[in-house]
Design a protein around this ligand. Structure first.
Ligand code: ZN
Length: 65
Protein backbone atom coordinates (compact mmCIF):
# COMPACT_ATOMS: atom_id res chain seq x y z
CA UNK A 1 0.00 0.00 0.00
CA UNK A 2 1.42 3.37 -0.96
CA UNK A 3 0.99 6.53 1.00
CA UNK A 4 -0.52 8.41 -1.91
CA UNK A 5 -3.48 6.10 -1.98
CA UNK A 6 -6.16 6.62 0.64
CA UNK A 7 -8.57 3.81 1.30
CA UNK A 8 -12.02 4.40 2.62
CA UNK A 9 -12.24 3.12 6.17
CA UNK A 10 -15.81 1.90 5.89
CA UNK A 11 -16.15 -1.84 6.30
CA UNK A 12 -16.57 -3.55 2.97
CA UNK A 13 -16.00 -0.41 0.94
CA UNK A 14 -13.41 -0.60 -1.79
CA UNK A 15 -13.17 3.06 -2.62
CA UNK A 16 -9.73 4.51 -3.06
CA UNK A 17 -9.06 8.20 -3.35
CA UNK A 18 -7.44 7.81 -6.74
CA UNK A 19 -9.83 5.24 -8.10
CA UNK A 20 -13.14 6.74 -7.12
CA UNK A 21 -15.45 8.63 -9.43
CA UNK A 22 -14.58 12.29 -9.58
CA UNK A 23 -17.50 13.29 -7.39
CA UNK A 24 -16.67 10.94 -4.57
CA UNK A 25 -15.92 12.95 -1.48
CA UNK A 26 -13.61 11.77 1.23
CA UNK A 27 -13.96 12.88 4.80
CA UNK A 28 -11.07 12.72 7.22
CA UNK A 29 -11.62 11.58 10.75
CA UNK A 30 -12.11 14.46 13.19
CA UNK A 31 -8.52 14.82 14.26
CA UNK A 32 -7.93 15.85 17.83
CA UNK A 33 -11.31 14.55 18.89
CA UNK A 34 -10.79 11.04 20.19
CA UNK A 35 -14.37 10.57 21.26
CA UNK A 36 -15.71 11.34 17.79
CA UNK A 37 -13.06 9.22 16.11
CA UNK A 38 -14.09 6.28 18.22
CA UNK A 39 -17.70 6.96 17.36
CA UNK A 40 -16.87 6.92 13.65
CA UNK A 41 -14.95 3.69 14.00
CA UNK A 42 -17.95 2.12 15.71
CA UNK A 43 -20.35 3.24 13.00
CA UNK A 44 -18.04 1.85 10.35
CA UNK A 45 -17.89 -1.51 12.12
CA UNK A 46 -14.14 -1.17 12.31
CA UNK A 47 -13.37 -2.67 15.69
CA UNK A 48 -9.72 -2.69 14.71
CA UNK A 49 -9.75 1.10 14.70
CA UNK A 50 -11.09 1.38 18.21
CA UNK A 51 -8.96 2.33 21.17
CA UNK A 52 -6.27 4.85 21.89
CA UNK A 53 -3.64 2.46 20.58
CA UNK A 54 -5.04 2.96 17.09
CA UNK A 55 -5.10 6.73 17.22
CA UNK A 56 -2.38 6.97 14.59
CA UNK A 57 -4.68 5.21 12.11
CA UNK A 58 -7.34 7.88 12.48
CA UNK A 59 -5.04 10.53 11.11
CA UNK A 60 -4.98 8.78 7.77
CA UNK A 61 -8.43 7.27 7.76
CA UNK A 62 -10.97 8.68 5.36
CA UNK A 63 -14.58 7.82 4.62
CA UNK A 64 -16.29 8.36 1.31
CA UNK A 65 -19.79 9.69 0.87
ZN1 ZN B 1 -16.37 4.20 1.29
Amino acid sequence: MTKSRAQCAAYGCNSYAYKCPHLTRFHAFPSGDSARCEDWARRLFRADLLGKANEHKWKRAVVCS
